[in-house]
Design a binder for this molecule. Structure first.
Ligand code: FAD
Length: 415
């Protein structure tokens, strides 16, 4: 394309999107002395879903120099994950896990969390521009160029040394470059809200996400994520057609679905429902490639599996850390292997989570975790993966995920 006469900004790295992936990547690139421009479509703080972090993610916040601001924010500490089905209940404590590393993390309202990370990336020297939307890309020239629309509708072009697409569900480059490919998972949706929870049950553990399985449908589940201010995030996940079978507003449907679960209904009996519910359908996504000439896809702009194991932000951070290690070498003109140094190592952990997600939806994982007899060492290996250590090859459930899970499921079915 001929950009003569147009307003062109030149940067080392253009980051599209200031979510977790974009902010962590920006900070890591700044640490290596690169000039970074972040364009973000929204004005922060803005709502986002994905509030239960995994301890593994703390490692990347630490690398990005963001731990201090996150620790200072007063978020709800998270030390595990609890699962409930009818009268059954089991809780994993991440302090008891196979892999080394962080054992606790936070449950975060994302509007505030994402804003804190973005401002920290800015403080570290990234240029952050809100309300700027990436609308076109051109990879034909010497430098990849992105056309950006500002809040007045004016357009300008950014010529970057490299583009990191961290646009999440916006999926900017996958859409513009036709990289999208359908996810192998069925189309599921979620309905969710925030409530003033007023939970008084003495045995309720605010330090854990609570996942409740629908009494009659193994593949329908609810999340309850307590925050530090007496509020909680609450949501239900099911196949699209199942959700469509319920009538009324998103709020009506969410409340009806919660009323179907006596334990959850009792926990939330005093809750104040003060925020309209939202619905999102068809979030699972995949791409043909996670990188190409002059660009790489981070976080949800690449692949998104499923919310069941709260892996999204951890994967977003991991992708940012891997890419930030390769970009400077690429910009110095060194030969880099994007597949070997970025895509393959990223997919390793994503594939671990994928096997767990598949096991969850065929009911096997539930059979494992609710089984009356569980060897402690196996629980510790599973706990490590639930804590996000899906890349730890020392863990047999990472090295050999699919086969190990299938064998364990089989054992549980026999007993
Ligand atoms: P995002 O957080 O989506 O950020 C992308 C940013 O890019 C946004 O701010 C957006 O405004 C901006 N953008 C988009 N288009 C453009 C454009 N054209 N130009 C400029 N900017 C643009 N993950 C967890 O870790 N824990 C959970 O508990 C969890 N629960 C979930 C529940 C549900 C129902 C769903 C669907 C997902 C859940 N996730 C969870 C996943 C989590 O939401 C994502 O994985 C995570 O937000 C990905 O981060 P990201 O930085 O890749 O993208």
């Amino acid at each position: 394309m001929d950009y003569r006469g147009q307003n062109i900004a030149r940067v080392d790295v253009l980051v599209i999107g200031a979510g977790p992936a974009g902010s962590v990547a920006s900070a890591l690139l700044r640490q290596q002395g690169l000039q970074v421009l972040v364009i973000e479509r929204e004005q922060f703080p803005r709502f986002s879903i994905g509030e239960s972090l995994l301890p593994q993610s703390m490692e990347y916040l630490e690398q990005a120099g963001m731990l201090e601001v996150v620790n200072a924010a007063g978020f709800q500490v998270k030390d595990g994950a609890a699962f409930a089905r009818g009268a059954q209940y089991t809780a994993f404590d991440f302090r008891d896990k196979f892999s080394d590393g962080w054992s606790t993390t936070y449950q975060v309202p994302r509007a505030r969390f994402d804003h804190i990370l973005a401002l920290e990336a800015q403080r570290q020297g990234a240029e952050l521009r809100f309300r700027q939307e990436a609308i076109a890309v051109d990879l034909d020239g010497a430098r990849p160029c992105v056309t950006v629309k500002d809040p007045n509708g004016e357009k300008y072009v950014v010529a970057a040394g490299f583009i990191l697409d961290a646009s999440g569900f916006g999926r900017v480059l996958p859409r513009l470059l036709r990289l999208e490919k359908p996810s192998r998972f069925p189309v599921r949706g979620a309905i969710f809200t925030h409530v003033e929870d007023h939970i008084t049950a003495a045995d309720f553990d605010r330090n854990k996400i609570r996942v409740t399985v629908h009494a009659d449908h193994d593949d329908v589940w609810y999340w309850l994520i307590p925050f530090s201010d007496g509020r909680s995030s609450l949501g239900v996940v099911a196949e699209r057609d199942f959700l469509a079978g319920y009538e009324g507003t998103a709020m009506d449907r969410l409340r009806t679905l919660i009323d179907e679960q006596p334990a959850l209904r009792a926990l939330l009996s005093q809750a104040r429902w003060d925020t309209p519910a939202r619905q999102i359908v068809g979030y699972a996504s995949d791409v043909q490639s996670l990188w190409g000439k002059g660009y790489a896809l981070l976080g949800n702009a690449g692949e998104f599996l499923d919310p069941i194991f709260s892996s999204g932000v951890t994967i977003a951070f991991k992708s940012a850390a891997l890419a930030a290690a390769v970009v400077p070498r690429y910009l110095r003109g060194e030969a880099v292997d994007w597949e070997g140094d970025f895509a393959t190592p990223l997919k390793r952990g994503v594939d671990t989570f994928r096997a767990f997600v598949e096991s969850w939806y065929r009911g096997g994982f539930q059979r494992i975790i609710f089984h009356p007899r569980q060897p402690q060492e196996i629980r510790r290996m599973i706990s490590a993966i639930l804590a996000g250590y899906a890349w730890d090859e020392a863990n047999p459930y990472v090295r050999d995920t699919g086969r190990r899970l299938a064998a364990l499921e089989e054992l549980c079915y026999q007993e």
